[in-house]
Ligand binder design. Structure first.
Ligand code: ADP
Ligand code: MG
Length: 582
């Protein structure tokens, strides 16, 4: 150290640090390697993963390959065949151009690279550790490239330690590969994890088939095509009907010039088009492809190229909003009913016990009748052995629903206001918790089992959690690749839209990094929240009474499982103070 405190970092340290920008996790390795395979003009790409990418990521392609000389250069920092200088960025149509991926991946792993530039050429095999070439020799290979990345972050313990659970990392890889499957309909893409084939998009599979493969049938079967052409922009793809929505934006895929990006501009554009038709906190799903001259966008604003900057944001936004709105207008004219979200009364329903929830049609739920006296908490009543005869609410109490969300009780001593969602969530939470402890809950067999066509990442979560779903009374059976059938649900939620509830539960679960112990607890929380009546659900008087009854029987009735209050009271005393009578 001596008399200076500023160190010049070694090449190796510099390499590892800058690798961190490109290689955050196994999925980023997959993304970069597949991008290279696509840029190399491959029409078949095979991805093999072990231990969710911790132990091995292998990407093999049949693209143009590299000569031995090029292969050596390609693994050095800042080397690319795709641009020569910054001006080339104006007309870059390849996915890569920064020349950082191979060297970055090599810097933080043990990497084998085999490549051959054509039948007349000799292939090359290289082995690198921490970015240094350890072995290089000629080898036979058909045209194409295979990169094998072993023990990712073996030399960056801090990074390795922060890898998430296997299911989380795998779900992210599945997402990444799914996006390529959708954006490259002419390329055969296969993803294998261990012994298991997770995704396979053969050559002839068209865009709709690929969206179906990746997002699942529940989504894709609801989609409508959309397109728009102007001199500068070409838009194509699929959008969902306003009545089929998700609770997050994960099923919003945007591709600009073939590149998957995240974009506020595009997200807002879509939202504008649906604006008046969506329930709060719900989002449509879309797969949209925008093509434009590459001089109209800056693709070099993000290390992993996940974002772009549009030259003319406003026009881009308008193109998309207008295209979607026009399409809805057209559909309306064609008398296909686009059911507005406001019209849909979500299933607080009290249908007959065997009322079916048919797959894919959330609208079915509007047909319940409010007259049936036994309400949504029927199952609970039976479970807890309570009966309406107990008269928890005396006759001289008035009770009504306010703002579609609050249950207001006027009592001699004051006014009590209960948040219907928070209250029901608490009730279900205690119900499910008890079920998880003491065994089987009362379940309701569905007369028409509900079919679930899950997206690729949803099915990873489902595989992990299916047995725990069982604990809580959801009987979910596998039914072919990524298709499941719900045979039975907990009786307490039998009248809710089963498909939406399960999709929402899976979405919530996927944002957690789940250990086995935590799964049940999360599933209980999430199921309670997703299955509870929502703000905006109309409740009959009997249902309100039943809910308050159940809430009173809870161990911790005053807060929902997230800690928000379930009820609030204004006493006559308080009113008197407000009116300065006291
Ligand atoms: P970039 O893709 O930004 O150019 P990379 O580090 O990903 O940078 O790759 C460096 C170079 O290596 C590429 O420009 C390309 O010439 C070559 N290369 C990498 N992967 C492949 C592949 N699968 N097939 C053919 N060439 C490849
Ligand atoms: Mg690249």
């Amino acid at each position: 150290m001596g008399d200076h405190k500023i160190n010049v970092l070694s090449e190796e340290t510099i390499g590892k640090i800058s690798a961190g920008e490109v290689v955050e996790r196994p999925a980023s390795v997959v993304k970069e390697l597949v991008e290279n395979a696509i840029d190399a003009g491959s029409d078949s790409i095979e991805i093999e993963i072990h231990a969710a990418g911790r132990s091995l990521i292998r990407v093999a392609d049949n693209g143009e390959g590299m000569t031995p000389e090029d292969a050596k250069i390609a693994c050095m920092r800042h080397t690319t065949s795709k641009i020569r200088d910054i001006n080339d960025l104006e007309h870059v149509y390849t996915l890569g151009f920064r020349g950082e991926a191979l060297s970055s991946i090599a810097a933080v792993s043990q990497m084998d690279l085999t490549s051959c530039a054509g039948s007349a050429e000799t292939g090359v095999y290289m082995y690198l550790e921490s970015g240094n070439v350890q072995k290089i020799r000629p080898v036979g290979r058909s045209r194409g490239t295979t990169v094998e990345v072993r023990n990712l972050f073996y030399n960056v313990p801090a990074r390795r330690k922060f890898l998430k659970k296997e299911s989380t990392e795998l779900a992210e890889i599945v997402n990444v590969v799914g996006r390529f499957i959708v954006s490259c309909p002419d390329i055969e893409i296969k993803l294998v994890h261990g012994e298991k084939r997770i995704l396979h998009a053969p050559k002839g599979m068209d865009l709709h088939g690929r969206i179906r493969l990746v997002l699942g049938g529940d989504i894709s079967d609801q989609m409508i095509d959309v397109s728009a052409n102007s001199e500068t922009y070409k838009l194509s793809g699929y959008i969902s009907r306003p009545s089929s929505t998700r609770k997050d934006k994960r099923a919003q895929l945007f591709f600009v010039n073939g590149r998957f990006i995240r974009s506020r501009v595009l997200g807002d554009a879509v939202y504008d088009a649906y604006r008046s038709m969506l329930e709060r906190g719900r989002y449509p799903f879309v797969a949209l492809f925008l093509k434009m001259s590459s001089s109209e966008i800056d693709v070099n604003v993000h290390p992993t190229k996940l974002q772009v900057k549009f030259g003319d944001e406003k026009t881009v936004r308008n193109v998309i909003t207008a295209a979607i709105k026009d399409r809805f207008e057209q559909i309306k004219r064609e008398e296909v009913v686009v059911q507005s979200a406001e019209l849909r009364v979500p299933g607080t329903g009290i249908g007959a016990p065997e009322s079916p929830v048919s797959p894919g049609s959330s609208e079915v739920q509007t047909e319940f009748s409010y007259e049936v006296p036994e309400g949504i908490f029927q199952g609970l009543r039976a479970e807890k052995g309570s009966s309406r005869g107990e008269k928890i609410f005396p006759e001289d109490e008035d009770i009504f629903q306010m703002a579609g969300c609050y249950i207001v009780q006027v009592k001699p001593g004051g006014i009590t206001v209960t948040d219907q969602h928070a209250a029901h969530e608490r009730v279900l939470y205690e119900f499910f918790s008890k079920a998880a402890e003491t065994g089987p809950v009362e379940t309701q067999n569905l007369l028409f089992p509900v079919r679930l066509d899950l997206s690729a990442d949803e099915s990873v979560i489902m595989e992990k959690t299916r047995e725990y779903f069982g604990t809580l009374g959801f009987q979910v059976e596998p039914f072919g690749t990524r298709t499941y059938v719900v045979q039975a649900v907990p009786a307490v939620i039998k009248d809710r839209d089963v498909q939406t509830v399960i999709h929402d539960i899976l979405t919530d679960l996927s944002s957690y990094d789940l250990s086995k112990i935590a799964i049940v607890e999360e599933l209980i929380k999430v199921s309670s929240c997703r299955a509870a009546v929502k703000a905006g659900d109309a409740l009959s008087k009997e249902e309100m009474i039943s809910l308050l009854d159940q809430l009173q029987r809870c161990a911790l009735p005053f807060t929902c499982p997230h800690g928000r209050p379930t009820m609030s009271e204004i006493t006559v005393d308080e009113l008197e103070k407000r009116f300065r009578r006291k």
